[in-house]
Each structure stands twice: as structure tokens, then as C-alpha cells.
Design a protein around this ligand. Structure first.
Ligand code: ARG
Length: 260
């Protein structure tokens, strides 16, 4: 009895190994359901330092780019970046415009209804950026104020729920809100803290950050629900990158020592 059980186990094991062999055998067949065989097409709204920007020479640069490149190496795929509108980024993913979204994208319950999220790869949260000399110190201070957010972002969702704001202005790109605040048209910007920080640091005579985060968020990689195999591969790749020091190196280069 025992012996035959072992026999069955051995057969099962052999089958499992053979099957995983055909899945990972990968780059010729397109088991991962990629838009283009051998390529990982990454959608992002690339005006979001230090996660993604497009440099003067047209190249994509930032934390998410470096992370995506490492994921590409893990999966044996060439990574292609697509700059896109943020407010429709999930719809575009589901319309197969890209294979994944890596765009400082916060994992939310509402979004998770329409896409898969990878394991979290970054601890984030919203902060308030204000003009130098502002008296705003907390959320109560927002009553009657002109608030800027990125359209469709968690900052937008958060501010939309606040009562008593003077005005809520939504911008396609976070840096546009900062330019408008520089011109005197906003009292505060509610945006991802780690993104507002380098922008504020670049304009020390104009802006400052109100201490403390107003939300706790985590970033994840979004994958279409039609593609569960890719989700698994991405999570495996992330785990490998986090385990062997590559994640820390990327963090140091782009978050701790950001420069454009
Ligand atoms: N974390 C925020 C969100 O998920 C903002 C992300 C904006 N990302 C970008 N690349 N513009 O809504």
C-alpha cells in the first residue's frame, strides 16, 4: 500500500515537473499571453519622478523603469515602455494596450475589481505640498482652499471625499499642478509624498511639504485578469529581485539619491 502510494506520488511529481517545464520553456510559445512574443509592454504615465520620467533624449528613467528592466531579465523578455494617460491607464491595460502597468500605481480595492495586482513593491502615501509660508498644517486647514490633484489618482479620490474645499482642480500630470501652484493658482497639492518630495526639493523657494502622510498606500504592478500566469511570473520575479539586493540597489539609486 505504502509502496504504491509512493509510486503515484512519483508519477504526479514527474507530471508536475514536465508541465512546469513546458510553461517555463517559454520564449517560443506565448504561454504568458503577452501582446508581443518575447516582449513585456509596460504602460506608465511618465511625469512622476522618481518613479518615471522621460529624459530630454526621450529615454524612460526612474525607479519603475529600473524595476521593470530587472523583471524583464528574470522573465527573459525585452521591456518596452509606453507613456500613457493616467486616468485611463487601467482601461487601456484591459484593452490590451500593454501587458502590465508599472506606474506608482496604488493597490486599491476598487481597482482590484478590474485588474490583478502583484505583491506590493513600495510603501507610499499621500502628502500635502503647499507654497512656502502657507499656514495649512492638517486636513482641517483645507476648508475653503484650492486643492490640486492628478486626475484619477488616489489623491483625486481622497480629495473628492473631503468636504468644504474651496475648489478641487484636477491635472493630467502631477508636475502641472506644481506649476499652477507656483503661479499662485493653488493653495495645496495632495499627491504621493515620495513624488512631491523631489519636486518640492527642486523649488525650495516656492514649495514646502506639510509634515506627515495623510494616507497609507502600497504600489503594485497591475496585470489584466485574463492573464493569471503572468501575475504569477511577475510575483516570482519581484520576490527574486527583492531577495538578492537588486531591489535595495534600485531604491538607493532612484529614491535615496534621486537626480534627473
Ligand atoms: N499612486 C497614485 C495612484 O495610484 C498616483 C499614481 C500616479 N502615477 C503616475 N505614474 N502618474 O493613484
Amino acid at each position: 500500500m505504502k509502496k504504491s502510494c509512493f509510486g503515484i506520488l512519483a508519477v504526479l511529481l514527474a507530471t508536475t515537473l514536465a508541465c512546469s517545464g513546458c510553461i517555463t520553456g517559454g520564449s517560443n510559445d506565448n504561454e504568458l499571453g503577452l501582446i508581443n512574443e518575447g516582449k513585456l509592454v509596460v504602460g506608465m504615465e511618465a511625469q512622476f519622478p522618481p518613479f518615471e520620467i522621460i529624459r530630454a533624449d526621450g529615454s524612460f528613467y526612474g525607479f519603475d523603469i529600473a524595476l521593470a528592466e530587472e523583471i524583464g531579465k528574470e522573465l527573459g523578455l525585452t521591456v518596452v515602455f509606453v507613456d500613457t494617460d493616467f486616468s485611463s491607464i487601467i482601461a487601456a491595460l484591459n484593452a490590451q494596450k500593454f501587458d502590465v502597468v508599472i506606474s506608482g500605481l496604488t493597490i486599491t480595492e476598487a481597482r482590484a475589481e478590474s485588474v490583478f495586482f502583484s505583491d506590493s513593491y513600495f510603501d507610499a502615501g499621500l502628502s500635502m505640498a503647499v507654497p512656502i509660508g502657507s499656514t495649512i498644517q492638517d486636513l482641517e486647514g483645507l476648508t475653503g482652499k484650492r486643492v490640486g490633484v492628478q486626475l484619477g489618482s488616489t489623491g483625486d479620490l481622497f480629495a473628492t471625499d473631503l468636504e468644504g474645499l474651496g475648489e478641487l482642480k484636477r491635472y493630467a500630470h502631477a508636475p502641472d499642478a506644481f506649476m499652477d501652484m507656483k503661479n499662485g493658482n493653488l493653495d495645496v497639492i495632495i499627491n504621493d509624498g515620495v513624488v512631491s518630495a523631489p519636486i518640492v526639493a527642486a523649488y525650495p523657494n516656492d514649495f514646502m511639504i506639510v509634515e506627515g502622510l495623510v494616507t497609507v498606500e502600497e504600489y503594485g504592478i497591475a496585470i489584466a485578469k485574463s492573464n493569471p500566469e503572468l501575475l504569477e511570473k511577475i510575483n516570482d520575479a519581484l520576490a527574486a529581485i527583492m531577495a538578492d539586493g537588486r531591489y535595495d540597489a534600485i531604491y538607493d539609486e532612484y529614491i535615496t539619491n534621486w537626480s534627473e
